[in-house]
Design a protein. Structure first.
Length: 237
């Protein structure tokens, strides 16, 4: 049994906001485990499911930051789940994070990095300074198997058109690696497409959230063949 299964009763339309972030996080932590007791920023934590998993399963201290979901709402969840000792909820914009430099051992961002990081130098300017030396960014986000911008099938545009054209945020792993670039300040220690793609999307469809039903309809039309979940682990040197 996967650790994520312990949280199954929370995989519903009240908490899920896309492909199941707990499944994606579990795979990332299997591949790159965090040290117990360290300080972690959960960036774009949504309704806090990934923060819960980090606190309970990785036993780390979490700052749970999100823009669309308020700190007050997430604090209610953390109290209910009895993890408020280990998670500090924060309402913040990733473009202007209210933390000291070199504060975090790790910054985890599951299904949210693509909303903020397509702008040039975002990683180097906004994320890297917050990490301690040897700290890591652990990122998993929906993307493309390969770049098809300019040559995309109509069904992909139709799928995302209703969602303020989120298509511009979808990119391949190669695109992300090139976009983040190379520097003597960090190294990409892992990059891969996640194996939990199917189970994560399937949990989302099962939630019957209205956006999930929309996504499911387009998966039935074949969009899944173009998509991946991009995984990156980047260490500050
Ligand atoms: C699809 S939701 C995923 C939430 C959560 N990680 C999960 O998977 O359940 C994307 C999240 O990115 C967050 N987000 C988008 N832009 C942001 C920004 N500029 N700063 C912080 N968070 C942001 C939103 O608030 C939202 O909760």
């Amino acid at each position: 049994m996967k650790k994520a299964d312990k949280y199954k009763e929370l995989f519903n339309k009240e908490y899920l906001m896309g492909p199941n972030s707990v499944r994606l996080l579990e795979e990332m932590l299997e591949k790159y485990p965090l040290e117990r007791g360290t300080r972690v920023l959960d960036l774009g934590c949504g309704k806090g499911l990934t923060s819960l998993f980090l606190a309970k399963e990785a036993d780390v201290n979490v700052f749970a930051a999100d823009l669309w979901i308020s700190a007050t709402e997430n604090n209610i969840h953390f109290n209910e789940w009895q993890v408020s000792e280990k998670i500090i909820p924060i309402h913040a914009d990733a473009n202007d994070l209210p933390f000291a430099e070199e504060y975090f051992d790790a910054i985890v961002s599951i299904d949210s990095f693509h909303y903020v990081a397509t702008q040039p130098y975002f990683f180097e300017q906004k994320i890297l300074p917050l990490l301690k030396t040897s700290g890591v960014a652990i990122i998993a986000m929906p993307g493309l198997k390969k770049e098809i911008h300019g040559n995309e099938p109509e069904v992909i545009l139709e799928w995302l058109d209703g969602e303020e054209s989120e298509y511009d945020l979808f990119h391949s792993r190669e695109w992300w690696l090139n976009h983040i670039g190379q520097s003597d300040k960090f190294e990409v220690v892992m990059n891969f497409d996640l194996e939990s793609f199917d189970v994560a999307w399937n949990d989302w469809f099962l939630s019957k959230h209205e956006f999930a039903l929309h996504d499911e309809k387009f998966f039935a039309k074949g969009i899944g063949q173009y998509l991946s979940i991009v995984g990156l682990v980047i260490r500050k040197v």
